[in-house]
Design a binder for this molecule. Structure first.
Ligand code: ATP
Length: 308
């Protein structure tokens, strides 16, 4: 269970004249869950597919599960399980029929036994005779995950697997992912949910084709050295418009009854916020991933404007 499951250097991808992935370098250890985050259309899916031999990069080098990304693509594919964004199983077949059918298509050895094993492992045994179309969103995702596990993949690619799934089902889904990781499966998962990012061993934040930051959640937060103040009081949206103009205030986020105010220069931030202590309750809090990502995007946009 040791070693690198994925190691890529300077990977690029163009679609026509659009440079969709720019110089991506990344390493992921075996048995780890790596979360891909970033705005829509920023190249997460394309990066994931290239790293796993499903799409050929235009340049760069790399290995997946020890196999070369260019020369050994077919071998890589045999060891990868892929769950796409949209439920793509047979709605008019039952849970068990779906799994049996896929197992037959994939010529899985001893498939009856394997299907039974997966039904048990995924807690789907009581749903085996239920039509796929009658399952709730969470159970459909669990069935889709089961289908992607039938051939015992060493690497799982999950493209926004829990989009639109309720929080309880998402939590259960993530418990399963951690069990799989503990058994040595490496998982790449794209998500827009911050709580899911926090469940990953490692995250990579991609925007406009650029990998802006990577590491564990703690590392990413520490690297950015941001200070965040939580402000409580009346008419916070009005206050937000005022604060964002002040020196040292780099980013604000309104979260219900609390306004988060973030910056990298503590004394400048202190000075700007000082006049507000009288009318508002202010306390320094831990900086969250959302604050970090918002700032990274802003910095990246500013540097792109300067370069252009
Ligand atoms: N096969 C393709 N041909 C042409 N353009 C493509 C192709 N696949 C993706 N793109 C474009 O490349 C860009 C990156 O797409 P990608 O799906 O990798 O982004 P993403 O970060 O996964 O987005 P989302 O969060 O919306 O799923 C997008 O602008 C997309 O329209």
């Amino acid at each position: 269970m040791s070693g690198l499951a994925i190691s890529v250097q300077n990977m690029n991808k163009y679609f026509g004249d659009r440079h969709v992935v720019k110089d991506l370098s990344l390493e992921i250890n075996t048995g780890r869950i790596c979360g891909f985050l970033g705005p829509n259309g920023s190249g997460k899916t394309t990066s994931i597919r290239m790293m796993c031999g499903l799409l050929t990069p235009d340049s760069g080098t790399g290995h997946c599960l020890g196999f070369d990304l260019y020369r050994e693509k077919e071998t890589i594919k045999r060891h990868v399980g892929y769950m796409t964004q949209h439920f793509s199983l047979w709605e008019n077949l039952t849970v068990q029929e779906n799994l049996r059918f896929i197992a037959r298509l994939q010529t899985i050895p001893r498939r009856e036994k394997k299907v039974e094993e997966i039904l048990q492992q995924m807690g789907l045994q009581d749903y085996r005779h239920q039509l796929a179309k009658r399952l709730s969103g969470g159970w459909k995702q669990r069935l889709a995950l089961s289908a992607s596990l039938l051939h015992n993949p060493k690497l799982l690619l999950l493209d926004e697997p829990t989009a639109g799934v309720d929080p309880n089902a998402r939590q259960e889904f993530w418990q399963i992912l951690h069990q799989l990781a503990d058994s040595g499966v490496t998982i790449l998962v794209s998500t827009h949910y911050m709580d899911e990012a926090e469940r990953c061993h490692q995250i990579a934040y991609i925007a406009y084709g650029n990998l802006l930051v990577q590491g564990s959640v703690d590392e990413v937060i520490k690297q950015q050295r941001l200070i965040t103040w939580a402000v409580r009081g009346e008419k916070l949206s009005h206050l937000e418009q005022q604060l964002i103009q002040l020196p040292g205030v780099e980013h604000t986020t309104l979260l219900g009854n609390v306004l988060h105010v973030t910056g990298s220069d503590p004394s400048q931030l202190d000075q700007s916020l000082a006049p507000f202590h009288q009318d508002y309750l202010l306390a320094q809090v831990d900086t969250g991933l959302e604050d970090i990502f918002a700032r990274l995007i802003k910095q990246h946009q500013q540097s792109t404007v300067v370069r252009n």
